[in-house]
Design a binder for this molecule. Structure first.
Ligand SMILES: [Fe+2]
Ligand SMILES: [Fe+2]
Length: 323
C-alpha cells in the first residue's frame, strides 16, 4: 500500500522528496508532505500578512468621512474594502496549512500576533491618504510581487491576485499626491509633511536588516522568500526616488544620493530602535489599533451568532426536505 503523503513513516525520504521539489522550483501544495518547521513559518508569515491587511484598514478608514470629494470618497472606500478582501483571502490560505482562522484571529485580538509596524502610525491629514497609497501600498507591491513566486502554492496564487489590486491602490495614492503637489502652497506643505512622517516607517516595512533577520537564510533556502529584506528595500527606494522627483517632493533623507557604481540610490541609516519599539507594541497607535479591532469583534458578535443560527436552521431544513 502507498503511504499517505503526511505519514511519518520515513521522514528522511519524505524530506528528501520535499527538498527535491523545492530545488526543482515546483510549488508545495496543501496535501504534500512538508517539514513541520516549513508549515510553522508559512503559518506565521501568512497570518501576519492577513492581520496587516485587516489592521491596515484602520488608518485609512479614519478619513473616509472626511474625503474632500465624492470621487475621492468612493475610491478610498473601495480601497479599504479591498484590504478586507485581501485579509480574508489570506486567512483562507492559512487554513490550507491546517490551522483555524479563528485561532489566528484571537492571537491578533489578544496582542500576541504581529502585524506590519506601519499601521501603528497615525493618519493626521488628508495627504496621508495619498502617501499611504503611494508609499505603503508601493512597498507592499515590491514585497508581494516576489511573494507571488513563493514556494507555497496557495500563498503564491493569492499574491498574484492581490498584487493586481495593490497596483490600483498605489495609483490612487500617487494621484492624490500629484494633485496636492500641483495645488496651493498649503496643499504642498501638507503633502511634504505627510511624506516626512511616512518615508522612514515605509522603509521599515521590509523588516530588519539582513544581518538582524534570523529567519531569512532558511526562508530563502526553501524559496519562501526570494529576495532579502535589504534587497527589497533597495528596490523600493530605487523605484520611489524618481516618483518623488516627478512631483517635486523631497524625501527626508540628506544621505540620499545616486551611486553610479552600483546604480542604486544610497540612503541613510534607519532608526532601528524606533522600529523595534513599534514591534514591541510601543508605537504611537498600537493600543488604539488593537482596541479598535477588539471593539469591532465584540460589536459583531450578534452578527456571527445570527449567521450561525441561520446556517443551522437552513441545514435542518435541508435535512427535513431530504428525509
Ligand atoms: Fe492589501
Ligand atoms: Fe493595498
Amino acid at each position: 500500500m502507498e503511504p499517505t503523503p503526511n505519514a511519518p513513516a520515513d521522514e528522511t525520504a519524505l524530506n528528501a522528496a520535499f527538498e527535491a521539489k523545492i530545488a526543482a522550483g515546483d510549488s508545495i501544495e496543501p496535501k504534500d508532505w512538508m517539514p513541520e518547521r516549513y508549515r510553522k513559518q508559512l503559518t506565521r508569515m501568512m497570518s501576519q500578512h492577513a492581520h496587516s491587511e485587516i489592521v491596515g484598514m484602520l488608518p485609512e478608514g479614519n478619513w473616509i468621512t472626511r474625503a474632500p470629494s465624492l470621487r475621492r470618497k468612493m475610491s478610498l472606500i473601495a480601497k479599504v474594502q479591498d484590504e478586507a478582501g485581501h485579509g480574508l483571502y489570506i486567512y483562507c490560505g492559512t487554513e490550507t496549512l491546517g490551522v483555524d482562522r479563528f485561532d489566528l484571529y484571537n492571537q491578533l485580538l489578544d496582542g500576541s500576533a504581529k502585524y506590519s509596524s506601519i499601521f501603528n502610525y497615525p493618519t493626521l491629514s488628508w495627504a496621508d491618504m495619498g502617501v499611504i497609497g503611494w508609499l505603503v501600498d508601493g512597498a507592499a507591491i515590491v514585497n508581494q510581487t516576489v511573494l507571488a513566486k513563493t514556494s507555497y502554492g496557495p500563498y503564491a496564487r493569492a499574491m498574484v491576485r492581490i498584487c493586481k489590486e495593490e497596483n490600483f491602490h498605489k495609483r490612487q495614492g500617487y494621484e492624490i499626491c500629484a494633485t496636492l503637489a500641483a495645488g496651493t502652497p498649503a496643499q504642498r506643505e501638507m503633502l511634504q509633511d505627510a511624506v516626512n512622517r511616512f518615508w522612514w516607517p515605509a522603509l521599515m516595512m521590509f523588516g530588519p536588516s539582513d544581518k538582524d533577520s534570523p529567519n531569512s537564510a532558511e526562508l530563502l533556502r526553501w524559496r519562501v522568500k526570494r529576495k532579502t529584506n535589504d534587497e527589497l528595500r533597495q528596490r523600493f527606494v530605487n523605484l520611489t526616488v524618481p516618483q518623488a522627483q516627478a512631483i517635486g517632493i523631497t524625501l527626508p533623507d540628506p544621505d540620499l544620493r545616486y551611486n553610479e557604481a552600483t546604480k542604486n540610490w544610497d540612503f541613510g541609516e534607519i532608526d532601528w530602535a524606533e522600529f523595534f519599539e513599534v514591534i514591541k507594541g510601543n508605537g504611537p497607535c498600537n493600543k488604539e489599533r488593537l482596541a479598535a479591532r477588539n471593539k469591532a469583534h465584540d460589536d459583531g458578535r450578534w452578527v456571527r451568532e445570527a449567521a450561525t443560527a441561520y446556517a443551522e436552521k437552513q441545514a435542518k431544513k435541508r435535512q427535513t426536505e431530504a428525509a
